[in-house]
Design a protein around this ligand. Structure first.
Ligand code: NAD
Length: 524
């Protein structure tokens, strides 16, 4: 059977080689047969992106932005259709799938606005008749590598800022969500994006993804996914001399203090822990609760979990959809065993769900452990599913210390009614994102997104910070004095002899000071 979902290279949909299947995790049914990109197709995609770059970087940013505005309109018109494909390919419930698309719409509008901003800086010069400014330049061909859990939103955080800044893109989406990727590309094509500016290559990460990261004509790699793969990508990018922006895993916590509104906290916990079946990088997988409210909080939480409805994300009553695949189910089973062996107590869940129609898909019951200590593996490793640990703390200080003491640093949240404690927590929590009296999910596109420690490498997506990730600063000096002026030359006559080592002697002897000037301090 030939591929229905194809690669998109130099403005054309192409499928020449082998295929792979995209499968519905709720039913096990085939969603689409997809073309795997060959090495030649990858080379063609990168070559197309290189060829398109000179004209695209010279297209005025407000013109580039018009295409982004059109993309936003097209996504809005197709939200239901796109959301359906998201649910079919990765399982999240319709309401959340629509949110996935909405995030891309918001990002398209926000980044399109940058087409008329994209501010640089001017700074005064230390010399007369000289003007100084810094401007943003595109980087070149950007390799975009994305996961399956936000098949439209996460790519939009990368592709849209890359475009408005004048870069071209080769995108390798997760092999679990190729149809969503192709549908997203269709919106760009219809919006009038010139051929070669966006290219799509489908296939396995270890093959086509790795080859893309290695490609000598790629200038920036932007990756979102697991730590294991991200570290490999980072090493390859370093070895091949590329910039690299990484967004990786999380082990996010919600802290509930003794003065918290417990009903509100439970709302936040249920939404953050079991939304998208716990498969968000921002999902809450640790509840750090003050020991005096642990009993009532746990009781409320278990009551609420019993009301959750597991099922196909396309069925309206469903609140918890399937997980991505059988390998994920095996991982959750493994961690449940690890937790029990470590001495944690299983309060609910801990097993697959296979009632009725769910028997054909990949479903897992929302799972809660208590009696968890911060050193246990279930409290430290990213499980990336509907599995939550309750950890007790005796004070705000202890809760914050537990929160911060994991290898990840994406999100933390605190529930308290005390403003002093809230501000102390905002200062002490060492994650990239902090919520007060809200769960760990729900980021907005106008603010930076990303994590500390093992979650990332310092780059940020979204907001103004994304502009730094997808551009280079170019500093421009304009001397309109009509004579040679030397900056960074110390013109003060000094009687003190500067201490000289080998290096400073070499630097100074290579510069001829002007008449009456002493070349004593030279920096660049
Ligand atoms: P993954 O690491 O398995 O795959 C991510 C992408 O990398 C996929 O496109 C995959 O095909 C590709 N890939 C795999 N091996 C590769 C290689 N050797 N070279 C180049 N590319 C390769 O992750 P996943 O299972 O798709 O997604 C889940 C993970 O993503 C979780 O760890 C989650 O926390 C993380 N995530 C993080 C964020 C964030 O913003 N921090 C957002 C969403 C998901």
């Amino acid at each position: 059977m030939s591929a229905e979902t194809k690669n998109f290279i130099a403005g054309k949909w192409v499928a020449t080689g082998s295929t792979f299947d995209s499968v519905n995790p709720a039913t096990g049914e085939l969603v689409s047969r997809c073309a795997e990109a060959s090495q030649q197709e990858l080379d063609a995609a990168v070559a197309a992106a290189c060829d398109a770059f000179p004209a695209w970087r010279k297209t005025p940013p407000p013109r580039r932005a018009e295409i982004l505005f059109r993309v936003a309109e097209l996504l809005k018109a197709r939200k239901d259709d796109l959301a359906r494909w998201i649910t079919l390919e990765m399982g999240k419930v319709t309401m959340e799938a629509r949110g996935d698309v909405q995030e891309a719409i918001d990002m398209a509008r926000y980044m399109a606005g940058e087409g008329r901003r994209m501010f640089g800086h001017t700074a005064p010069s230390e010399l007369p008749d000289k003007f100084c400014m810094s401007l943003r330049d595109p980087i070149g061909v950007v390799a975009v590598i994305t996961p399956w859990n936000f098949p439209i939103a996460v790519p939009s955080w990368k592709i849209l800022p890359a475009f408005v800044l004048g870069n071209t893109v080769v995108w390798k989406p997760s092999s679990d969500t190729p149809v969503c990727a192709a549908k997203f590309v269709e919106a760009f094509v219809e919006a009038g994006l010139p051929p070669g500016v966006l290219n799509l290559v489908l296939g396995k990460g270890a093959e086509i993804g790795d080859a893309l990261v290695r490609h000598r004509d790629v200038r920036l790699v932007t990756f979102t996914g697991s730590n294991e793969v991200g570290h490999r990508v980072s090493v390859t990018a370093a070895e091949t001399g590329k910039r690299c922006a990484l967004e990786m895993g999380g082990k996010n916590a919600i802290i509930v203090l003794d003065d918290a509104d417990l009903a509100l906290a439970v709302d936040g916990i249920v939404w953050s822990a079991f939304g998208t079946s716990g498969q968000r990088c921002t999902a809450a997988s640790r509840i750090i609760v003050h020991n005096t409210v642990r009993g009532p909080l746990t009781e409320l939480l278990l009551e609420r979990i019993k009301q959750l409805k597991i099922g196909n994300g396309l069925d309206p009553p469903t609140t918890v959809g399937p997980v991505i695949n059988h390998a994920a189910l095996e991982k959750f089973d493994r961690y449940v065993h690890i937790g029990l062996n470590e001495g944690a107590r299983l309060l609910i869940g801990g097993e697959r769900f296979s009632k009725g129609d769910c028997r054909r898909g990949c479903f897992y019951r929302p799972t809660v452990f208590d009696n968890v200590t911060p050193a246990m593996r279930i409290a430290r490793d990213e499980i990336f599913g509907p599995v939550v640990c309750i950890i007790e703390a005796g004070s705000l200080e202890e809760a914050v210390a537990i929160n911060n003491d994991v290898p990840y640093g994406l999100v933390s949240s605190i529930y308290t009614q005390n403003i002093n404690r809230a501000f102390a927590a905002m200062r002490e929590l060492t994650t990239g994102i902090v919520y007060v009296n809200a769960g760990t999910i729900g980021s907005e596109v106008q603010l930076p997104f990303g994590g500390t420690r093992g979650t990332g490498n310092g780059a940020r997506e979204a907001g103004q910070a994304a502009l730094d990730t997808f551009s280079e600063w170019k500093t421009v000096y304009v001397d309109y004095s009509g004579r040679l002026q030397r900056a960074q030359i110390d013109t003060e006559t000094t009687t003190q002899k500067e201490p000289q080592n080998e290096n400073s002697r070499t630097q100074i002897s290579s510069v001829r000071p002007g008449p009456g000037k002493t070349a004593a301090r030279i920096r660049g």
